[in-house]
Design a protein. Sequence first.
Length: 575
Amino acid sequence: MPARRQYPHSAIPGSKSAVRRPYTCKVTDTASSFTSGNTDDAPRSDRPELLSALAADLRALSYTVDGVAELLGTSASEALGRDQLIPALLASERLMDSQDPALRSPAVVVRLWLLAVPQSVADIDSALPGIRSQGLAELGLVTVDSGVVKAKVDLRPYGWDANTDGSGGAELWVASDLAAHQQPGVLRHDHVLGIGRASTTLVQSTFRKHTKRALDVGTGCGIQTFHLLHHCEHVTATDISERALAFTRFNLLLNAAELELDPNHLEGRVSLRLGSLLEPVAGEQFGLVVSNPPFVITPRTGGESSSEQFTYRDGGLPGDDIVASLVQSLAEVLEAGGTAQMLGNWEVTSGTDWKDRPQAWLRDSGLDVWFIQREQVGPEQYAETWLQDASQNREGQQYKEAYAAYLDDFASRNVQGIGFGMIWLRRPESPFGAIVSRFEEITYPIEQPIGPHVGAAVERADWVAAHSVPEAHLVVAEDVTEERHQRPGAVHPGVILLRQGAGLRRTNLLSTELAGFVSACDGQLSVRQIVSALVSLLGGGDDFDEQAFREGLVRDVTNLVLEGFLLPDPAQVSA
């Protein structure tokens, strides 16, 4: 049996029943609210009977992440996850030869929407007898001409696992525009992106806790909103694109039963707002904000209109100004204690450190700040990535001109690299004010989902701010191991490493005294007592500075707590 999920997701605290209840959360409606169920060139969501019929047909076919993986086989399914269609095409062709409807019918649907292969009306009507090809056409999902059904959208299964108690999972379907690998030519400029690496990265990095009001900035086809609905009482989703909001509304109503939404009162749980970034929610505040914004840095040309930009990725501002603007504005919409998590790009100019620019954005902001740079590439690789993303590399002369425009644009600002990573912000509510200020580069593989570990790291920072570390009793985290290296014949190791097996999987180089401290952390003695024992063991020389030794060791121990190598002893904390 293939792996359970194609798109992993963090365990969501609390069960559905703990979150699903009559809500009293007051939501302010605005003139920018989007309620249209019939938007030009987008799926229709004003036909509830057809949406119900489609959902029933897809469910009957086991058109789920696991169902498709089992149908196509592990290797073909994994290739499809990499946008490689050939193995799935070959597997589905063999299934089309089958006389077994249990194999042939789901193969028809997979070929139509995942592989963008036209199907006959007869095959579609047989596979989807409740809605049939005519109903699909009425919803704007396909075109029907001369007995042939062609996909207008990508409609694929999406889901995540339940918690260990059996709660919190979901089996959904998500409509978006056909991607570059499914159709010829350059993407339309108002393309609505589907389930991509960036969106799943944000899903995996978001720390999830019960929240009354959440905001999804730049919702696209609605992926972040689906996850927020499982632990937030009300979600407001914004986008500058009417087509994107139309796709999101369609997806919400198609999955209304699974998301436990009332189709006749969608606004009770979800508010869709048309407008740029935070403009549609001016004057409102939220406990959690997530955003996969249009952060891609693209060249600006004189007289360029918004219709000439790819709205799903281009912010319309020079350089990385779109990310800078959003980051600097988020404090306005965060309630006290509220957090924001987003993805972004930032430019690294020649002669500077990558963190210089993000630090400048938030200097004197009063926010808790944590940036993790996951990757940094040069202007050439950046240009190649995003030109290929929109299939602009398929037209030779246009590709050359666009490539040159990228390089000229970066050169005009002396940019030598472009960083990509995760951003966490919080509006402090504690008397300590902002206590988190981390800018770190982690380019090696980390554990996914990372969201729970992000939350645990913040909780440790709060604990350190509220407690005296010297008086604390600490234990070594369960995932931590020690690694020693020494030359043959040496009496003592030359290198001592502490490694994390989970979360951000950090490695810390230990001094002899810090290694001795960690080995004594079994919760029995306080930090002060262990430090005193090490002073007695290692001190005594004329050049030994006891005060500096103590302060330096406590500082190093505090860092090990913040990074999760050492933890407060649960027995001492509960006591």
